[in-house]
Design a binder for this molecule. Structure first.
Ligand code: FEH
Ligand code: ZN
Ligand code: ZN
Length: 333
């Protein structure tokens, strides 16, 4: 690729690490035209690096600063973007219609590369001496997990129990964020023994495999009342059914995973009375700053499997087959 030249407010960063996300698989597998992106473009929406050149109108970190990129790129001027909530940009539909891309590695050239152009320095967060392979996953996996916890935090009073479904790149960080910022009892569920071992390392109070009696097992850990919140990082038919079966009345379900599952919302119906459902997406710039701050005070550690960028195709295959523990991160050769 040609070396990009930053103009106006743009900033060029030397990529030091780019995380691989399940959403990358959805982008790769999408039928032409399914996504609002012009192809080809470079993947990588979970990026850390160093500022190497700034356009004449650039703001934010200076040349030489090590940063992480806020990956959802909105219009930059609506009320949501002005507050750093590009993930909920008010003009998303227009941006999609114009096929200008929704962010780094999502219709715009991303960080599975040596260099990457960022539209504005406002999208960069300094990471101090945090290792790049730790910082990069925090910009998506960490930020999305933090945003999901924030969506249910108001329910997490003393004695509350939270179920975390899916202990992968996001789930293992959600466990750590819950333990670092709430007093909730954290109950972890996955289909792989090694994921439960990771849950335990991250501080889950209890972990169990997904089985026919898992709902009863989890209710048993809540004195029968159920979990006041469920964070579903899988989003499959079976994970959503388990969520409904373990939710306490008046509880919160945050569906983060894009596993293709569906829920019927009807009264009367299967959902407990008072259930609140959210579909949190990525996170805001202020939340990314909070996530980096948690990591800098050693309250958040990403379990990383690091690979050279040149092995990207093989690593994508490993992620697809469930053969990645924690988060896969690619480092330019
Ligand atoms: C990115 C783009 C589209 C859908 C979902 C995602 C998430 O990976 C962002 O956290
Ligand atoms: Zn992602
Ligand atoms: Zn906007």
């Amino acid at each position: 690729m040609e070396r990009p030249t930053p103009t106006a407010e743009e900033v060029l960063i030397q990529v030091e690490a780019a995380g691989l996300c399940r959403s990358d698989l959805h982008v790769i597998d999408a039928r032409p035209g399914d996504l609002p992106y012009r192809i080809p473009f470079t993947l990588g929406h979970e990026v850390a690096g160093r500022v190497v050149e700034r356009g004449p109108l650039a703001v934010g970190p200076a040349v030489g600063e090590r940063v992480v990129v806020h990956g959802p790129w909105g219009c930059g001027s609506c009320a949501r973007c002005a507050a750093g909530a590009d993930n909920y940009c008010d003009r998303r539909a227009t941006l999609d219609a114009d096929r200008v891309g929704t962010g780094a590695g999502l219709g715009r050239d991303g960080g599975m590369a040596d260099l990457m152009l960022v539209p504005s320095g406002r999208l960069l967060v300094p990471v101090g001496d945090l290792a790049a392979v730790q910082a990069a996953p925090l910009s998506d996996a960490g930020l999305t997990a933090h945003h999901a916890v924030a969506s249910v935090r108001h329910s997490l009073d003393e004695g509350a129990s939270v179920v975390v479904l899916g202990i992968g790149g996001l789930g293992h960080l959600a466990i750590q964020i819950l333990r670092a910022t709430t007093a909730a009892q954290v109950l972890a569920v996955d289909v792989r023994e090694e994921a439960l071992a990771l849950a335990d390392e991250c501080g889950a109070h209890f972990g169990t495999l997904l089985r026919p009696d898992t709902a009863a097992v989890l209710r048993g850990r809540t004195d029968g009342v159920g979990a006041v919140a469920v964070l579903d990082f899988v989003g499959s038919r079976s994970s959503l059914k388990l969520a409904v079966d373990v939710l306490r009345a008046g509880g919160e379900l945050a569906v983060v995973g894009s596993g293709g599952g569906e829920l019927t919302v009807r009264k009367p119906g299967a959902l407990p009375p008072g259930t609140r459902i959210s579909l949190p997406f990525w996170g805001t710039l202020p939340e990314l700053e909070a996530v980096i701050a948690l990591a800098l005070k050693d309250s958040l550690r990403v379990h990383v499997e690091q690979f050279p960028l040149s092995d990207a195709v093989e690593v994508i295959a490993r992620l697809r087959s469930g053969d990645v523990r924690g988060r896969a991160v690619l480092v330019p050769d």
